[in-house]
Design a protein around this ligand. Structure first.
Ligand code: PAF
Length: 290
């Protein structure tokens, strides 16, 4: 596996892959890899792509400086895992390589038209976050020009935002969304799980258990009652504070009021477990083609 630190070397490598007839699959990550990331690599390898992974903790998407400072970094482990998973090349640039004109200039230079999907939920609670995600992903799409790019459904809203960004920026990349990977106890895999104390880690699976139970609960209850029962239950658990729980149309991310409002309905949640911000989601209704 090649480790590439500069855009010039990345582009030369990708050009050679394409000249040799490969389709290129991009797996963007911020490192501290877990099985969820590796499932994206597996999906790309399974599609026959030559896989380029990126490992870059993107400062422009952190609205909280402490979150950026404490974000776990494990580059040597990450490279070992990526190589074993069959990645062809990893792009692991410095901040200066990605943002040569500085962070402020980069974020002010181009404001992305992300539409309504970026206004709600994460967009509301993490101002600027999706502009930063759009910025780095658009840069990666332009640098690599991949045929496909792979993202995990744990970040459900992020996928909607990236689809929108790719469309408005005219970037012709197939966005492949991959199912959430969970630990045996149901906790959605996340790099942030490493920041949980032992007690918090023991409590955190209640997030998924509550969401899973709410699917059954939804059968005999309204959307509002289902929402309330999830929030009340989790807020009563040790360490937990629900930041938001929204039940939304899976395409527009607009809140639904009635189960009949859409054939694709997803519940998206963010919970603080102690100081660690965890996100997850559950599907209530999904059409065959979603
Ligand atoms: O999902 C992530 O890890 C990040 O938001 C991404 C897509 C790699 C952009 O930095």
């Amino acid at each position: 596996m090649k480790v590439l630190r500069t855009v010039t070397n990345l582009q030369a490598h990708v050009e050679a892959l394409k000249a040799a007839g490969h389709k290129v699959g991009l797996v963007p990550t911020m490192g501290a890899l877990h099985d969820g990331h590796l499932s994206l690599v597996k999906a790309a390898v399974g599609n026959g792509d030559a896989v380029v992974a990126s490992v870059f903790v993107n400062p422009t998407q952190f609205n909280n400086p402490n979150d950026l400072a404490t974000y776990p970094r494990k580059e040597a482990d990450d490279f070992r895992l990526l190589e074993a998973a069959g990645v062809d090349a990893v792009f692991a640039p410095s901040v200066e390589e990605v943002y040569p004109d500085g962070l402020r200039r980069a974020t002010e230079e181009h404001v992305f038209d992300l539409g309504d999907v970026a206004e709600v939920m994460e967009g509301k609670f993490r101002p600027g976050h999706f502009q930063g995600v759009a910025l780095i992903v658009s840069k990666l799409f332009r640098m690599v020009a991949p045929d496909r790019a792979y993202f995990g459904e744990k970040d459900f809203q992020q996928i909607a935002v990236i689809r929108r960004m790719a469309k408005t920026e005219g970037l012709d990349v197939e966005i492949v969304s991959c199912p959430i990977c969970r630990a045996a106890d149901g906790l959605a895999l996340s790099s942030r799980n490493a920041l949980l104390t032992e007690g918090q880690r023991a409590a955190a699976p209640e997030i998924y258990r509550t969401l899973a139970r709410s699917v059954e609960h939804s059968q005999g209850h309204s959307v509002a009652a289902t929402k309330d029962s999830v929030v009340e239950h989790l807020n009563a658990r040790p360490f937990m504070r629900v930041e938001y729980f929204e039940i939304v149309d899976g395409y527009s991310l607009r809140a639904v009021e009635d189960w009949g409002d859409s054939d694709y309905i997803v519940g998206c949640i963010t919970v603080y477990c102690g100081d660690v911000r965890l996100i997850d989601n559950i599907t209530y209704r999904r059409p065959a083609d979603a």
